[in-house]
Ligand binder design. Structure first.
Ligand SMILES: O=C(O)CCC(=O)C(=O)O
Length: 261
């Protein structure tokens, strides 16, 4: 497939072609050093403001006992060991990044359409036991919508095989939606050609993009280094966003259209 369009705003033709072919793309040094340090400070500030919390609340979720940590009934692993924050867009430093002209231009290039906000989160993957995220396609969580979203995943730490970087199967976005099972909504490994799985290490500030049908996972973090990432999902259709924390930005239908500044 070829876009061959001189109006591309952020990506090169080669990056565009690679994304269409593989459904994944890494862009190194996407964040400036000050965006990177600002994002970390913003997240630390939000965590500090909730340091007395001991149960999941306000979109802050703790790591739980169990391999995939997706069971809200399971015991929390250790005090203060956060797994994720949903609605990351509410953190001003992250909103700056998620709505920046370079980000919106990048997504516009890939979608070739308007860009709408869908959802966002921080994934901490803490040291000494951050849980695995089993094989899945993001579109499985959003079955009410056509699978035309793109996920952006930005490393805040050095994301390596040791601390649980993302693994993906290039080209798997062409397979359509595969059945997902279980509480965590995951794909049984017997359905996956695991020989084609590749690790995708990303340096701090690097951006990993994937199509909402691209198969991906991350392993448990048994290392002594945190592997934190910020994630924002964008839609190419005017679907209502899945984020109550920034509802003020939406129109009366819950749709937030992002436009490049
Ligand atoms: O950051 C990770 O380890 C996995 C994130 C992910 O795939 C998801 O939340 O859908």
């Amino acid at each position: 497939m070829c876009k061959d369009d001189p109006t591309m705003k952020y990506l090169t033709q080669d990056q565009y072609d690679r994304f269409q072919e593989e459904g994944i793309l890494v862009i190194n040094d996407f964040l400036t050093p000050s965006e990177l340090s600002g994002a970390i400070e913003g997240i630390e500030r939000e965590c500090l403001a909730r340091k007395e919390m001991t149960t999941d609340a306000e979109g802050f979720q703790y790591e739980r006992q169990g391999e995939a940590s997706g069971d809200p009934e399971a015991k929390i692993k250790a005090g203060g060991m956060l797994r994720k924050i949903t609605g990351a867009m509410r953190i001003p430093e992250l909103k700056e990044i998620f709505t920046s002209a370079k980000m919106v231009h990048c997504i516009e290039d890939l979608m070739d359409s308007d860009v709408y906000y869908h959802s966002s989160k921080v994934m901490f993957k803490p040291a000494f036991g951050g849980a695995a995220k089993p094989w899945h396609q993001d579109a499985a969580y959003w079955r009410q919508f056509e699978p035309r979203q793109i996920t952006t995943w930005i490393a805040l730490d050095d994301s390596t095989e040791e601390n649980g970087c993302i693994w993906a199967i290039p080209g798997s976005h062409k397979l359509g939606l595969i059945p997902h099972v279980g509480r965590e909504l995951q794909i049984e490994e017997s359905r996956i050609d695991l020989k084609r799985a590749v690790p995708i290490p990303v340096k701090p500030g690097g951006l990993l993009l994937f199509h909402s049908l691209a198969l991906h996972m991350s392993k448990k973090n048994l290392s002594d280094k945190r592997r934190c990432a910020i994630i924002c999902d964008y839609d190419s259709l005017p679907n209502p966003m899945l984020d109550s924390y920034v509802a003020d930005f939406a129109d009366k239908n819950g749709v937030w259209k992002l436009s490049a500044a």
